[in-house]
Design a protein around this ligand. Structure first.
Ligand code: PEP
Length: 230
């Protein structure tokens, strides 16, 4: 299983250090085949040591330059960061990233040989239209994306389940993952949306779920390590 923690705009540099210390104290007990990723905010990126990979939540697709408020490759290279989240629904919706911007970012970081966790997900009104509409919506988010890229992981995150406390049902996750796996084949597929200690076992046991991308429940190291060790 893959366990990825997305801190979003939570945690400081100091609290991330404390978090990693607390997490490291637990990770010795994790299964060797399980992989852990931490995506702290940009201000807390650093060269942390431990049995996990640190990635960037976002970066501008360029080496460096006049992009106010952004970080780029140079700032990631400083800490040897070679993993990035692309296409998160909060960036699509709140930061107005369109598919064209996302494809540009994806292609740039693919060229840089980054591990990419690429997020897709449908809003509630599409889910309510039925499964065919859901799949149509999700597949459109693959437009321009090289889904054969060897260092790619996909995260399916229904937007209506993100940060709401209401995870998708086992049936919803299972049918969507099965349909997505038919398209992405052997590419690992994560589920994201209110995954937490109380539902991790159930989610992890669904066929086609290779891991979880966790927001709220990852913010506390104790909680997140409970998920990893459960
Ligand atoms: C996310 O935003 O990637 C996410 C899955 O958030 P949460 O776990 O809080 O639903």
């Amino acid at each position: 299983m893959i366990y990825a923690a997305n801190f979003k705009a939570n945690h400081t540099r100091k609290s991330t250090e404390n978090y990693i210390e607390a997490l490291n104290a637990k990770l010795g007990a994790k299964k060797a085949e399980d992989k852990v990723y931490i995506f702290p905010p940009s201000s807390a990126l650093d060269s942390y040591e431990g049995d996990f990979t640190v990635g960037a939540q976002n970066a501008y697709p360029t080496q460096n330059g006049a992009y106010t408020g952004e970080i780029a490759l140079e700032q990631l290279d400083e800490f040897d960061i070679k993993t990035i989240l692309i296409g998160h629904s909060e960036r699509r919706e709140l930061l107005n990233e369109n598919q064209e911007n996302i494809v540009e970012k994806f292609s740039f970081f693919q060229e840089q040989d980054f591990e990419i966790i690429y997020c897709i997900g449908e809003p509630l009104n599409i889910r309510e239209k039925g499964f065919e509409s859901v799949m149509q919506y999700l597949l459109a988010q693959f437009e321009g994306i090289d889904i054969t890229y060897a260092k790619l992981t996909i995260a399916y995150e229904p937007i209506w389940a993100i940060g709401t406390g209401r995870s998708a049902t086992v049936e919803e996750i299972s049918t969507t993952h099965r349909a997505l796996k038919n398209v992405i084949k052997d590419i690992p597929l994560l589920y994201g949306g209110s995954a937490k200690p109380a539902n991790i076992k159930e989610i992890a046991s669904i066929a086609g779920v290779d891991g979880v991308l966790v927001g709220s429940a990852s913010l506390d190291a104790e909680n997140f390590s409970t998920m990893i060790l459960s």
